[in-house]
Design a protein around this ligand. Structure first.
Ligand code: SF4
Ligand code: SF4
Length: 109
């Protein structure tokens, strides 16, 4: 079992989750983060830290297609261990549904 980042993170990317993960298993794309499902130890501490409520356990129906997407991008995006600067317009995107089409597949610069 693992925790999964869902589309709530897209264009929000607050990165509060990164600061609390004990095993540094977050990976960064241009406009969202993902969790490496094989590295996550299922501690759950990141879930309540996310201001966008984007993190769910993989047993949650909201995980859906995001489990596979987290695994796919965690294999190619760079590891992130420290909180960076969120996008300037992050709050404008918080809570918006259906952001999959906005996912930037590019790794974080
Ligand atoms: S705290 Fe939430 S919105 Fe911010 S990067 Fe982590 S998962 Fe994405
Ligand atoms: S559940 Fe724990 S190990 Fe998994 S991503 Fe969140 S903080 Fe990291």
């Amino acid at each position: 079992m693992a925790y999964v980042v869902t589309d709530g993170c897209i264009r929000c990317k607050y990165m509060d989750c990164v600061s609390v993960c004990p095993v540094d298993c977050f990976y960064a794309g241009e406009n969202m983060l993902v969790i490496h499902p094989d590295e996550c130890i299922d501690c759950g501490v990141c879930e309540p830290e996310c201001p966008a409520e984007a993190i769910v356990p993989d047993t949650d129906p909201r995980a859906g297609e995001w489990l596979a997407l987290n695994a796919e991008y965690a294999a190619t995006w760079p590891n992130i261990t420290e909180k960076g600067e969120p996008p300037a317009d992050a709050d404008d995107w918080k809570g918006k549904a259906g952001k999959l089409a906005l996912l930037d597949p590019a790794p974080a610069a």
